[in-house]
Ligand binder design. Structure first.
Ligand SMILES: NC(=O)c1ccc[n+]([C@@H]2O[C@H](COP(=O)([O-])OP(=O)(O)OC[C@H]3O[C@@H](n4cnc5c(N)ncnc54)[C@H](OP(=O)(O)O)[C@@H]3O)[C@@H](O)[C@H]2O)c1
Length: 314
């Protein structure tokens, strides 16, 4: 099968398009034929070698987690899916493996893809949507009428967060640069703030949830912006957060939380249902083919996309 592999960590130029063997599913895995893969920051961070101390360097590596794909073979223990099913999901192999014509994942990775959207759109949804759902529901416990500020509202996670917070009937303050203002406003947040003109730390009104998608703040810097009992969440697990947790003690019930997405096909089913009802849409910024994977990573790692970037594979 055709795959984009890396034989060393480094710049976007390290990709090589080559033929490799189609992987064999074990009894708990599905083999899927990949139509498209959404790019996430974790992909280019791993290409640079950021996770090599945790995940090792098992070269040649096939990167990429998000897929929309067709099930072509199932292991003995698979009961939720059958061959021919069109699924979307987040692969759970060490470095993913989505940038190839075929890939493996366990049942937990997938749900049936919504039928009312294209395959490239389905491939763009999984990681960012599960992340947002787990952040708003499990970490923030976001309630109707509460106010959430989303810092980094124009990117993959951010533009889904605006929409999902509205599904939770929260009031949304969306923060991005003015370059992306009209894009962000198309999702109808209650308020828009341009971070190039406004210092968030000087805002007068307090919020219940500060979702720091861009990771440019910290609990210590912005806890004065939280209502009593409010939550600061980021998506960048760091040791520093442990120190900040100590300051929760003096913070009138305010909490600092960090989120690491967990695979969950029931969460994907919930997301699929919202997509089918027209409550969630994904915006594709740029589309690339597998031969242009270096250009795709180069663009994505600039970190100023509107929504998602997708690689078409089959
Ligand atoms: N822990 C997890 O499980 C998990 C899961 C998914 C994602 N993440 C992490 O979440 C982060 C965001 O992911 P993503 O997919 O949304 O990335 P992305 O699509 O690359 O979006 C980044 C966004 O950040 C905004 N931004 C850049 N600098 C900013 C600043 N100074 N202030 C406010 N916004 C700024 C950009 O908007 P402008 O162009 O307007 O500046 C851009 O739209 C990444 O670090 C990713 O690794 C973690």
């Amino acid at each position: 099968m055709k795959a984009a592999i890396i034989r060393k960590f480094g710049s976007p130029d390290v990709f090589e398009i080559t033929d490799v063997l189609i992987p064999k599913p074990n009894k708990n895995q599905l083999l899927v034929r990949v139509f498209a893969s959404g790019i996430n920051p974790i992909d280019w961070k791993q290409r640079k070698g950021n996770h090599r101390f945790i995940l090792g360097s098992p070269f040649p590596i096939i990167l990429g987690y998000d897929v929309c794909a067709e099930v072509v073979e199932i292991g003995l223990n698979i009961s939720k899916f059958k061959t021919g099913d069109i699924v979307f999901g987040v692969l759970n192999n060490k470095y993913g493996g989505a940038l190839a014509e075929y890939a493996l994942g366990t049942e937990e990775c997938f749900a049936l893809a919504p039928r009312n959207i294209r395959f490239d759109q389905a491939a763009a949804f999984p990681m960012v949507s599960i992340t947002v759902l787990q952040a708003l529901r499990d970490k923030a416990n976001l309630k109707e009428g509460q106010t959430i500020l989303i810092n980094g509202a124009s990117g993959g996670v951010g533009h889904i967060a605006i929409q999902m917070a509205k599904i939770f009937r929260a009031k949304v303050i969306a923060v991005s640069s003015n370059r992306n203002q009209s894009f962000v406003e198309s999702f109808e947040p209650n308020q828009f703030i341009d971070y190039t003109k406004t210092d968030l730390l000087k805002l007068k009104d307090k919020v219940d949830v500060f979702f720091d998608v861009a990771g440019t703040y910290s609990f210590l810097k912005c806890k004065h912006l939280l209502n009593d009992g409010g939550v600061y969440i980021n998506t960048l697990p760091r040791l520093k957060i442990l120190v900040h947790k100590l300051f929760q003690i003096f913070s009138r019930g305010k909490k600092v939380k960090t989120l690491l997405m967990k695979h969950s096909n029931s969460d994907l089913e919930q997301i699929s249902s919202w997509i089918s009802q027209g409550k969630l849409r994904v915006e594709i910024d740029e589309t690339f083919n597998l031969n242009n994977i270096s250009a795709a990573h180069d663009y994505a790692q600039k970190g100023h996309n509107k929504g998602k970037n997708v690689v078409i594979i089959n």
